[in-house]
Design a protein around this ligand. Structure first.
Ligand code: SAM
Ligand code: SF4
Length: 329
């Protein structure tokens, strides 16, 4: 592999962005994501070592890979995450490293992660009220969004994005409170439509709040103007700003729109599978080839050749899909 060749799939979409799941485990049990008893966790021997993750990135970078996101499960519960960030930072061609986290450990980890080379962070937070956080996450770990987001900003991580999964009757009465955070803080609060994946025994379609309704409630707070959103982002969000707000308000609508036409991402599962679509069974196992020392390029090409035109969620063909925590959502 050599030269600045762009990797393209069968529809001409280039792949610049890799989401890396570093663990399938989590210290939370969010109602929309994981059953209370947990999932059948991957055996440790099947989980890629940091050196192996780095080698995959090293082989993808010459093909056009530029941006990385560490996710899970909860990435911050894997020991020494900063050493992985440091290794990835050293791969030539990688311009941007982001983290998706539930934020619990950010007050302690934001500084070391920034020092290791992390650029930015997305924090998932579904409530600003302690007892409700506990009810949604089904764990009491003292998570306080404002404290975690402040720690991220103070450490130098930017932009700080806050992802809120809106659920009717569960947290939709906090839409205004979340939106108002952007008045004084340089944060980007994004409201996400609940997706019907994983363990939804406790949630139904009645809990999905369409984005149009979210925006109506935000607009009631005052003047809302269109905004290009944070400069650094690879994601499918639309952004607005409260007039004079320090941050922005975004909406992500996986259920009522697809973003497949501009999808530029692939996912690496914790056990070394390259998934080319979040919703679907298209995956190629890299781990064995990696451990045998073989070149991975033929497998990358195979995966891309199979990247589907669009996901099947809208057709409701969702039976048997894995939870987002298992595929690096
Ligand atoms: N643990 C990290 C976190 O919570 O940010 C990273 C992994 S988590 C699977 C990634 C994102 O997926 C979170 O923002 C979470 O809210 C979102 N998510 C999980 N299940 C979802 C669902 N059924 N509908 C919408 N978003 C979901
Ligand atoms: Fe854990 Fe993130 Fe899933 Fe919540 S959404 S259970 S924090 S992986």
């Amino acid at each position: 592999m050599s030269g600045a060749v762009t990797l393209r799939d069968q529809f001409g979409r280039s792949i610049e962005y890799l989401r890396i799941s570093v663990t399938d485990r989590c210290n939370f049990r969010c109602v929309y994501c994981m059953p209370l008893e947990g999932l059948p966790w991957l055996p440790k021997t099947e989980i890629l070592r940091y050196e192996e993750i780095t080698e995959i990135v090293r082989q993808l970078a010459p093909l056009g890979l530029r941006r990385l996101r560490l996710t899970g499960g909860e990435p911050t519960i894997r020991p020494q995450l900063e050493s992985l960030v440091r290794m990835l930072r050293d791969v030539p061609g990688i311009e941007d490293i982001a983290l998706s986290t539930n934020g619990v450990k950010l007050p302690d980890m934001a500084g070391p992660l920034f020092d290791a080379g992390l650029n930015r962070v997305n924090i998932s937070a579904d409530s600003l009220r302690a007892e409700r956080v506990r009810d949604i996450a089904r764990r009491d770990l003292g998570f306080d969004l404002v404290r975690s987001a402040r720690a991220a900003t103070a450490a130098g991580l930017a932009p700080v994005k806050i992802n809120v999964v809106v659920m009717r009757g569960v947290n939709d009465d906090e839409i205004a409170d979340f939106a108002l955070l952007t008045r004084d803080h340089p944060w980007h609060v994004r409201f996400i439509e609940l997706m019907p994946v994983g363990d939804l025994r406790e949630l139904t379609w009645d809990h999905v709040v369409p984005t149009a309704e979210v925006l109506q409630r935000v607009a009631a707070l005052g003047d809302l103007v269109d905004d290009p959103g944070p400069a650094q982002g690879n994601g499918p969000a639309r952004y607005y700003r409260l007039r004079d707000g320090a941050g922005t308000i975004g909406v992500i609508t996986p259920m009522t729109h697809t973003y497949c036409e501009t999808c530029n991402r692939v996912r690496l599962t914790a056990d070394g599978r390259l998934r080319t679509c979040l919703f679907g069974d298209h995956e190629v196992l890299l781990r064995e080839a990696l451990r045998s020392g073989a070149s991975l390029e033929p497998l990358f090409r195979k995966a891309l050749a199979e990247k589907p035109r669009e996901h099947a969620l809208l057709q409701m063909q969702v039976g048997g899909l894995r939870a987002l925590s298992q595929v690096g959502g």
